[in-house]
Unconditional design. Structure first.
Length: 125
């Protein structure tokens, strides 16, 4: 398997820093004009839809992400992060770890998929 743990840099690092600063314009600026974000099975295509999502569900909910793990895998950056914020936490675990799958092209995020993965059976405790 071609997995390597790396230090976060570039537009993905900028994206997470902007989220943690609650900076709507800087978050949106990390995306390509025709980017796709899929958050909890909901798709947001293009800058206008992304801006609405960022305004309401990221900045508006005061979401923060603490990096837990960063992996480069065949050109994709995968960031596992501990999420917190002022969103409805009903039914969520006390420690919410989400996996963010980033595809970057020409210095902009073209695809971001955010998933709450379960732990693989062979490593579950």
């Amino acid at each position: 398997m071609s997995i390597s743990t790396v230090k976060l840099s570039g537009v993905v690092a900028d994206h997470i820093a902007a989220i943690n600063a609650f900076d709507e314009d800087s978050i949106v600026a990390t995306f390509a004009d025709d980017a796709l974000a899929n958050d909890a099975g909901r798709e947001f295509w293009g800058r206008d839809a992304l801006r609405g999502w960022v305004r309401e569900e990221i900045v508006g909910a005061r979401v923060t992400i603490e990096r837990v793990e960063v992996i480069e895998h065949h050109g994709q950056t995968i960031v596992r992060g501990r999420y917190d914020g002022e969103y409805d936490k009903t039914g969520l675990p006390d420690e919410l770890i989400l996996t963010n799958y980033f595809t970057v092209q020409d210095g902009k995020i073209t695809t971001l998929i955010i998933i709450h993965n379960s732990q693989p059976a062979d490593t579950a405790s």
